[in-house]
Design a protein around this ligand. Structure first.
Ligand SMILES: *[C@@H]1O[C@H](CO)[C@@H](O)[C@H](O)[C@H]1NC(C)=O
Length: 434
């Protein structure tokens, strides 16, 4: 009898434990899930999220993350002292520790940084909490690599969280003044740094961050996979040269959501080697709009596939949704959907330009990047020019499988050459057949 009771009590205790474990893990999932919205249907992203939830649960259940603060390594945060070495030292400590680690950049302080490269692989599972401001040095000689300011290189399972006030400030004015796009007297070959580069990372998250006034590209995601960017606000003046908001290249499985980008160049640019790119709830303007390309530069082979832009507002931008390729390239840009997009006062709301050129001379060539299977669905708004839709496709490789479905752009015409276009639903304006 006593033995039986002991067994029963043991079983009940075990059951209670399991129950509370399940409850705890479920509430964690609830907490983390709200950022996903309609994207939960995407199986790859969902599976990845499940794994991340499991990981964060396991993290939480083992022990709370250790915090390594840059201020413990001598960073002053007065906006004047060079804090680069302190950051490097704090990074070394955080990266080489075991378990979950928060690398903290305290709020209400400004850390002046030269170019800095934070490399993995790390032993820890790192969250970089940029709660204060990172401010870029304006001296050219402070950049070992003149094309990069802050680089995260080869760090897997990295999270960057800006909290409520974290800011990356590029102080780009000095570089903009020296751009040939601002002044004809300046050389076009002088480089300017990308503010924030993520290179060669698997499982990357960037949340709640403000990035502004980059010297050139603001955020660049290169050669990464399984990436979530959300709640970022990226800003620079409309006339700041080459300050693309988010630049995506050679990257697979990336989702950018709930973000606001106003800048001097592309809002988001998607370059060769990118696959399965999802963009939701994006606000753009000013700037050059959402761009796939430029592809096929210098006769190169380019591949981009599986891009979905679902839910975007653009206002006062040069382009709305654009695919641009150089003459002489090869490869394909395929399986692309632009849908549920509102445009106001956009110069080229819908454009495919296979004659793109930003160099002194580009000559007509036979080969081209093949553009195929592009859907434009539920796109509304106004054009700021006399063009609403431009499909200027290659003579030798006409665009294939373009679908216009419920498109209504007021104040412009449609010009379509070498394009195989199917209209579904009501479409305004319609292509003049050429
Ligand atoms: C379209 O592309 C052709 C080259 O294929 C070029 O000659 C022409 O100027 C382009 N038209 C526009 C409107 O850009």
């Amino acid at each position: 009898m006593a033995r039986c009771c002991k067994l029963l009590t043991g079983f009940l205790l075990w059951a209670l434990l399991m129950l509370s474990w399940c409850e705890a893990s479920r509430s964690r999932v609830d907490i983390y899930d709200h950022s996903n919205g309609r994207l939960k249907s995407d199986s790859i992203i969902k599976r990845r999220d499940d794994i991340t939830h499991l990981k964060s649960f396991m993290r939480a259940s083992s022990r709370p993350p250790a915090t390594v603060s840059v201020s413990d390594f001598g960073a002053r945060g007065d906006g004047k002292t060079d804090d680069t070495q302190a950051f490097v030292n704090a990074w070394k400590k955080a990266c080489s520790s075991n378990g979950a680690v928060n690398l903290l950049v305290p709020k209400e302080k400004t850390y002046l940084l030269k170019s800095i490269r934070l490399t993995g692989p790390c032993k820890s599972i790192l969250t970089v909490q940029i709660f204060g401001t990172l401010s870029a040095s304006q001296k050219r000689s402070d950049y070992k690599d003149p094309s990069k300011w802050i680089t995260f290189d080869g760090v897997n399972s990295l999270s960057v969280d800006g909290g409520t006030s974290g800011t990356v400030e590029g102080n780009g004015e000095t570089w903009w003044q020296n751009s040939c796009k601002r002044s004809n007297a300046k050389s076009c070959s002088s480089k300017a740094p990308t503010a924030l580069t993520f290179y060669n990372s698997n499982n990357l998250r960037v949340n709640n961050l403000r990035v502004r006034n980059a010297q050139q590209i603001q955020i660049s995601i290169e050669k990464c996979s399984n990436v979530q960017v959300s709640n970022v606000v990226v800003t620079a003046p409309a006339d700041s040269p080459n300050t693309d908001g988010i630049h995506i290249t050679n990257t697979r499985n990336i989702q950018v959501s709930k973000s606001i980008i106003g800048t001097g160049d592309d809002c988001i640019s998607i370059e060769s080697g990118s696959q399965n790119v999802r963009i939701n709830d994006l606000t753009c303007g000013p700037g050059h709009g959402i761009s796939i390309g430029s592809l096929g530069d210098d006769n190169s082979k380019a591949f981009v596939s599986g891009v979905i832009v679902d839910g975007a507002r653009l206002s006062g931008t040069d382009n709305g949704v654009r695919i641009k390729t150089y003459q002489g390239g090869s490869g394909t840009a395929s399986n692309i959907v632009f849908q549920n997009i509102q445009m106001e006062n956009v110069k080229n709301p819908i454009i495919i330009d296979q004659d793109y050129c930003d160099k002194s001379k580009c000559t007509e060539q036979k080969s081209a990047v093949q553009v195929k299977n592009v859907v434009y669905r539920n796109i509304r708004g106004t054009s700021a020019s006399d063009m609403a839709i431009t499909f200027n496709c290659s003579k030798n490789y006409p665009c294939q499988g373009l679908v216009l479905d419920k498109v209504n752009i007021k104040g412009g015409e449609a010009s379509c050459s070498n394009a195989n276009v199917m209209d579904k639903g009501a479409v305004l304006p319609q292509c003049k057949s050429t």
